[in-house]
Design a protein around this ligand. Structure first.
Ligand code: GLN
Length: 381
């Protein structure tokens, strides 16, 4: 049987959610909101189920959604995408990433990947015959450095996989870091696969800068997005790939044999959602920032050193000053069994030289859920 996949553990998100269920714990591990999501968008989906098309939609996505994605990025980032040759709809961000990786990577190609790394990247790179070259990012800033890039980029580098905003570190990268990465991509003629699923989930007036908008990157970046994260409907599994025609054409050939197409009614509802006024997106950010602040101040009151979250559904806690004498993994196992609160150990996002002192909590929850979790954790440290 296939070694790449056969030897893999169950993903940490699924494993932790299972532990949360087994222990009857509040699940602040896997990232999903606990409210039902925007009512008008759900209504648009219900209407499309009852009155719209329920047969195979076109393989690349329904035209109205491809147009809505192009218009959305034009409006928010001044990015000019041709909806017919530069936009594809996939069944979730994970499929979008897989299509992008399999479109680019051939046996022997080196692929630069940053740790903490989202757990789907490395197995797909390896299945394609690629050789991951890992760059280790560290708390509290998780910034890119010239020194780290110089150590891994070389003439065998085919691609770089970059996640911004970065899950689990909850960092939104500034232009300076993107320009540094762009310089290396151009010097070594590298394709960037940029996982930007958290692009709208950013706080404190920060701006998300898509890598594809950095000068020199338009034709060498594959941009991945996800409606699940934009609209807090994570089970819908609607993702997008945006790239110049030569790149998108190959990604589409992968997509046609991975999932071929994606539920048409959910696509119609996402097309409606992407056209919502700017205030909708700012309100969503404000609501999530309020939840972030609630969990941050609650954890700080209990003595947890919180690293401030700039984006995503997550904040991280640095255990090292607490003198607990246990790893992040041991800590997570202890709190799920003893205090009935699940979190994710950040070491799970490392393959080499893990950071073992940082734990990720999801704050995209109702106030009452966060408050109960805080009560339960009151004597955990
Ligand atoms: N992106 C989600 C997280 O980081 C997990 C998605 C999944 O479970 N595959 O929590």
């Amino acid at each position: 049987l296939n070694k790449v996949f056969g030897d893999l553990p169950v993903t940490v998100f699924e494993a932790m959610s299972q532990l949360a269920r087994d222990n009857n714990a509040i699940n602040l591990g896997q990232g999903f909101p606990d409210d039902p999501g925007p009512e008008d968008i759900r209504n648009a989906a219900a209407d499309a189920v009852m009155n719209g098309n329920n047969q195979y939609p076109s393989m690349m996505g329904i035209p109205e959604l491809r147009q809505a994605i192009a218009s959305h990025y034009q409006h928010w980032h001044g990015l000019n995408l041709d909806p017919m040759t530069e936009v594809m709809v996939t069944s979730g961000g994970t499929e979008a990433l897989t299509s992008a990786i399999l479109a680019v990577v051939e046996p022997g190609d080196e692929v630069v990947v940053f740790q903490p790394v989202y757990d789907s990247y490395l197995p797909i790179i390896r299945q394609a015959g690629g050789i991951p070259r890992l760059v280790r990012l560290e708390p509290p800033h998780w910034r890119l450095t010239e020194e780290a890039l110089r150590a891994v980029f070389n003439r065998k580098t085919k691609a770089v996989l970059f996640n911004n905003p970065l899950n689990p570190a909850a960092v939104v990268y500034p232009r300076e870091d993107l320009e540094l990465l762009a310089r290396y991509c151009q010097e070594f003629d590298v394709i960037a696969i940029c996982d930007e699923v958290w692009e709208h989930v950013i706080f404190d007036g920060r701006a998300h800068i898509p890598l594809i908008t950095i000068p020199g990157m338009r034709d060498r970046t594959i941009k991945v997005g996800s409606a699940g994260k934009i609209f807090s409907l994570t089970g819908w599994k609607i993702g997008f790939v945006c790239a110049a025609p030569p790149l998108l054409r190959v990604a589409a050939k992968v997509h046609q044999f991975l999932t071929f197409t994606t539920a048409p009614n959910l696509q119609a509802a996402v097309a409606y959602g992407l056209g919502k006024p700017d205030e909708y997106f700012y309100e969503m950010r404000k609501d999530l920032a309020r939840s972030r602040d609630r969990l941050t101040s609650g954890l700080e009151r209990l003595g947890f050193p919180v690293l401030r979250s700039q984006g995503t559904y997550f904040l991280t806690v640095d255990l090292s000053p607490l003198g607990l004498n246990e790893t992040d993994e041991a800590f997570c196992k202890r709190i799920v069994t003893d205090y009935k609160v699940a979190a994710i150990p950040v070491s799970a996002f490392y393959e080499q030289e893990p950071v073992t002192t940082v734990v990720r909590f999801c704050f995209a929850k109702r106030d009452s859920t966060l408050d109960t979790a805080l009560e339960r954790l009151s004597d955990a440290v």
